[in-house]
Write a protein that binds this ligand. Structure first.
Ligand SMILES: Cc1ncc(COP(=O)(O)O)c(C=O)c1O
Length: 361
């Protein structure tokens, strides 16, 4: 007997990024921050005790939410803390979308959106991006025509790294009839000189919510902690009804609080990533792996014909030489590899290995 629901039986699950098989492998495939988290995180961990787990954790993560609210200059009622940004995505679907409702997303995008929409048995409207990067002008019109309930836009975009302007986000929020989730998983790496900041817009639009995560900017992918910033009317049903009653354990709430409280440390890592980003993209393009401008901590590199080797074979050869990068077999991406910005040493090792791979081809 197969007891799965029909839609679950028909779908594939999310494919998590590969894990290295040994300590020597350089991991540049899942967009983690290459620098360690704040020293305050280590201090907090040192003071954790098993006895602290006897009681249930603070149910609403109030201390973390108050801190996040003060950093973003919004009210505590505008913040929900979640087990990774991924839990927020799941909550949005289970709270606001009925089975068979339409969920809009771009093509390509973060592949978990589709998986979560399939779990909820929703219909998916995938709108192709121009050159795989830019939202088409009629994006909102297409979503409205399909009567979409929820729209997922990732900004800066994954996997291209392209930043959609704040003006365009405002225009989308105001013209969409659906909820708009702007997934800002990589926003910490945006060049501050661009002045991109959309959070204030939650006071203007009751259909707007942002996803933030501590996995990237705060070097805590292993912790599983993220949060949503949105209009109180969107936050409240998730806080009070659909969230697990204790969705965040006691230890992770304390660790996340420590990391978020050390903005200076986090900002330093973001700046180092930006510096390495421009150095690495220059070195890679000389070798024929050319990327468009990115505001994230990764580069989507197109392998030039003159390299005489496919993107997939570069990925495989790098892997054999203990450097993990990401290859997608999806349409529009088969001539590209995505490379997470590592430390200067890791990036140098990547370049050395790539030179050997290309020379031996
Ligand atoms: C675009 C995007 N959104 C959201 C997430 C979720 O991050 P997490 O669940 O680790 O907070 C990721 C993780 O890779 C991502 O790439």
């Amino acid at each position: 007997m197969n007891f799965e629901r029909d839609n679950i039986r028909k779908m594939d699950g999310y494919a998590a990024g590969e894990q290295p098989e040994d300590e020597q492998t350089i991991k540049l495939n899942t967009n983690e921050n290459p620098y360690p988290p704040s020293p305050k995180v280590d201090q907090t961990i040192k003071h954790l005790a098993g006895a602290d787990l006897r009681r249930y954790p603070p149910p609403t993560a109030l201390a973390f939410r108050s801190l996040a609210a003060s950093i973003h200059n919004v009210g505590t009622e505008n913040i929900i803390a979640t087990r990774g940004g991924d839990e927020l995505l799941r909550l949005l679907l289970t709270t606001f979308a009925d089975p068979s409702d339409v969920i809009t997303m771009s093509e390509p995008t973060y592949s978990l959106y589709k998986v979560l929409a399939q779990i909820q048995d929703c219909q998916i409207l995938s709108i192709p991006l121009i050159d795989g990067r830019v939202l088409p002008a009629d994006f909102a019109d297409q979503a409205n025509a399909a009567k979409a309930k929820l729209t997922f836009v990732v900004n800066p975009h994954a996997p291209s790294g392209h930043l959609t302007s704040a003006e365009k986000i405002r225009e989308l929020a105001s013209s969409l009839n659906s909820i708009l989730l702007v997934d800002e998983a990589y926003v910490d790496f945006v060049d501050p000189q661009l002045g991109y900041n959309c959070i204030d817009m939650i006071n203007e639009f009751d259909n707007l919510i942002f996803l933030r995560t501590l996995s990237k900017g705060y070097s805590l992918a292993g912790l599983r902690f993220g949060y949503g910033i949105g209009h109180a009317s969107l936050i409240q049903p998730m806080m009070d009804k659909t969230r697990d009653s204790y969705n965040l354990d006691n230890f992770s709430q304390q660790i996340a609080h420590a990391a978020l409280s050390d903005q200076a440390h986090a900002r330093e890592t973001w700046q180092k990533v930006r510096q390495e980003r421009s150095r690495l993209s220059g070195l890679l393009s000389q070798l024929g792996l050319v990327s468009e401008p990115t505001e994230t901590n990764f580069l989507l590199c197109q392998v030039q014909q003159w390299c005489g080797i496919s993107a997939e074979n570069i990925y495989l050869a790098l892997k054999q030489n203990k450097v993990l990068v990401r290859y997608f077999s999806a349409p529009g991406l088969t001539d590209k590899i995505r490379i997470t910005i590592g430390t200067a040493e890791e990036n140098d090792q990547l370049i050395r290995t790539l030179r050997e791979v290309l020379a031996n081809n």
